[in-house]
Unconditional design. Structure first.
Length: 385
């Protein structure tokens, strides 16, 4: 094709290809073990495929209702009631989305106007700020700091202003693996009380919390729930990141606005996968077992790293493990990640990619959503560095 003849004033001048794509591609090019992008390297349960295929064969292949098939919304409502003690109205408070990324983008597009400020916590998952900037909002950065990446609520208070429209929280947190505790939710409730600030809560790793900790969903906090949209993803829960299916919960008034955009963004999400997930979800042990399943992987990976020169940071949830590498190298983290991929044969994510100013604490992220054989092979290489 010929080069475009139009002058493009980019809406996202600083955005390139996501670090996940870059590192996964480099891993493939180098034949490295890919612990960078967050996705399982093992197969999902065939019972889920059977249920989905059955839906296709039974003719469930046309547009579903805009908010999602009632079977799936009912199954989500049942799960949310059982886990967080809150009852959601299927018709008005739950919408099925094409993954969490779409839910987050749609929520921001529906609620943030040009000139509004949105507070995010850094290191910040990479899709939030481009979404904010695409709709003319401005990201305002609160910091989560090494080693345990806890929010500093005094700092958050200092960032609130008349233009603050939204605060985005993420727990369990990607990339740090930190969690919001009950006391954090209280602080957030207090700081937003009496304001019109909406909270967007990214809870895609809600079932992946370790060492007996509980996930505190904003949906289960009555005061915060009234000002929040809560996002989850079946990609994480059922090992199907490529299916791109998730959901959002929220009070009817917020959900009305969400759906106005959702219906013109994707309109709806593919029918047979919704039916398949709905049927599969009925067995609660499938999501309740996830914490134990991934805790075993976390512990296996940490055991593999014993004797290496990486310094592992705490990991309370998600399927990511952060590590300092100062004892190995003083390269900046992006260069270190490329070096590790090319020369050692293990791909990781440099955490500075989650900082808007490239701030670099010399920390990399490993994904341990992998078979033990993969983690063991990576461990062999990493212990030798
Ligand atoms: N939020 C976080 C914190 C994530 O880690 C991810 C995906 N890894 C998403 C959102 C996007 O989820 P989905 O694949 O369902 O769009
Ligand atoms: N969320 C995944 C991660 O953190 C990647 C998703 C993506 O590639 N966009 O690695």
């Amino acid at each position: 094709m010929r080069p475009s003849s139009v002058a493009i004033d980019s809406k996202l001048p600083k955005v390139g290809t996501t670090i996940f794509t870059v590192m996964s591609r480099l891993a493939a090019d180098c034949g490295a073990i890919n612990l960078s992008q967050g996705f399982p390297d093992f197969q999902a349960d065939t019972a889920l495929f059977d249920a989905t295929l059955r839906a296709m064969r039974e003719g469930r292949n046309q547009y579903p209702p805009m908010a999602g098939v009632p079977e799936l919304r009912a199954a989500i409502a049942e799960k949310v009631a059982a886990l967080y003690g809150v009852s959601c109205d299927l018709d008005h408070e739950i919408t099925v989305t094409a993954g969490a990324t779409q839910a987050i983008f749609t929520a921001i597009a529906a609620l943030v106007r040009g000139g509004d400020e949105v507070i995010v916590f850094e290191p910040v998952y990479d899709s939030y700020v481009p979404a904010i900037e695409c709709v003319g909002g401005t990201a305002v950065y609160a910091q989560l700091s090494l080693p345990d990446y806890r929010p500093d609520w005094q700092q958050l208070r200092s960032l609130l202003g008349p233009r603050t429209r939204m605060i985005i929280v993420n727990s369990p947190h990607n990339p740090s693996g930190s969690l919001l505790d009950a006391s954090d939710l209280e602080q957030l409730a207090e700081l937003t009380r009496g304001t019109d600030i909406v909270v967007l809560s990214d809870e895609v790793y809600e079932h992946i919390v370790f060492d007996g900790a509980r996930h505190h969903s904003l949906a289960g906090h009555p005061e915060l729930a009234a000002r929040s949209l809560v996002v989850s993803s079946f990609g994480k829960t059922y090992h199907i990141t490529g299916w791109k299916i998730g959901y959002v919960l929220g009070a009817q008034e917020l959900m009305n606005e969400f759906r106005k955009v959702h219906q013109f963004n994707v309109f709806t999400v593919n029918t047979p996968c919704q039916i398949g997930v709905a049927e599969y979800m009925r067995d609660a042990s499938r999501h309740l077992g996830l914490a134990g399943f991934y805790q075993q992987k976390r512990d296996f990976f940490r055991a593999q790293m014993r004797g290496s020169r990486f310094e592992l940071l705490p990991c309370r949830g998600s399927y990511f493990q952060l590590a300092r590498y100062g004892a190995i190298s003083d390269l900046p983290d992006r260069e270190f990640a490329c070096w590790l991929t090319r020369e050692v044969g293990v791909a990781v994510i440099p955490v500075s990619a989650f900082n808007h100013d490239g701030h670099d604490d010399r920390v990399v992220r490993f994904c341990f959503a992998k078979q033990e054989a993969t983690l063991a092979a990576a461990g062999d290489k990493l212990r030798r560095v």
